[in-house]
Design a protein around this ligand. Structure first.
Ligand code: UDP
Ligand code: MG
Length: 153
C-alpha cells in the first residue's frame, strides 16, 4: 500500500469544495489515514515549493497558499500516489480533463484547488513535512477485499 498527500488549497476551502473533493477520493476506494486544517506560512511553503521559488509567479503562489487555511489529507491505497495525482488532473486547470478535480472545479493554472504528491519519494517527504507519525491512523478496512482482488494486495 502507498500513502500520498493531497492538500485542499485555500481557494477550494473558501469555495466550499472540501466535502466534494474528499467524497471523490472516498468513492474511488482510497482510505483517509490522516487529516487536519492548517494555516501554511512562508517557511513551509519555501520548502514545499522549493522547485518554484525562483519563478516569477512564486509571490502570487505563496500569497494564494496563505490566503486561508488548507486541508491536509493523507490517502492510502494500491498505487495511491499515481491514482490521486491523475485524479487531480493537469496543473493548468483550463487544460485539465473533465472528470479530474481540476477539470471539474477550476479554470486556473494557479488557483487549481489541490496539491498532490508527484512520486512515491515525494509523497514520503511531503507527508513527513506536514504530519507527525502520531497523526496517522491505522484502522481496519473491512471492505478491502471488495475494493481489490487478492493478487493486488
Ligand atoms: N503554478 C503557477 N503557475 C504556473 C505553474 C504552477 O501558479 O505556471 C502553481 C500552481 O498552483 C501549481 C503549483 O504552482 O499547482 C505547483 O506547481 P507544480 O508544477 O508542482 O504543479 P502541480 O504538481 O501542482 O500540478
Ligand atoms: Mg507539484
Amino acid at each position: 500500500m502507498e500513502r500520498t498527500l493531497l492538500i485542499i488549497k485555500p481557494g477550494a476551502v473558501q469555495r466550499g469544495l472540501i466535502g466534494q473533493i474528499i467524497t471523490r477520493l472516498e468513492n474511488r476506494g482510497l482510505k483517509l489515514v490522516a487529516m487536519k486544517m492548517a494555516q501554511l506560512d512562508k517557511d513551509i511553503l519555501k520548502v514545499h515549493y522549493a522547485h518554484l521559488v525562483e519563478k516569477p509567479f512564486y509571490p502570487t503562489l505563496e500569497a494564494s497558499m496563505m490566503a486561508a487555511p488548507v486541508i491536509l489529507t493523507a490517502w492510502e491505497g494500491v498505487q495511491a500516489v499515481s491514482v490521486v495525482r491523475e485524479m487531480a488532473g493537469a496543473t493548468e486547470g483550463k487544460k485539465a480533463v473533465p472528470g479530474t478535480l481540476r477539470g471539474d472545479f477550476c479554470m486556473s493554472h494557479q488557483e487549481n484547488v489541490v496539491h498532490t504528491s508527484d512520486s512515491l519519494e515525494t509523497a514520503e517527504k511531503e507527508l513527513a513535512r506536514f504530519f507527525k507519525p502520531e497523526d496517522f491512523f491505522d484502522y481496519p478496512s473491512p471492505l478491502l477485499y471488495y475494493l481489490y482482488s487478492t493478487d493486488e494486495l
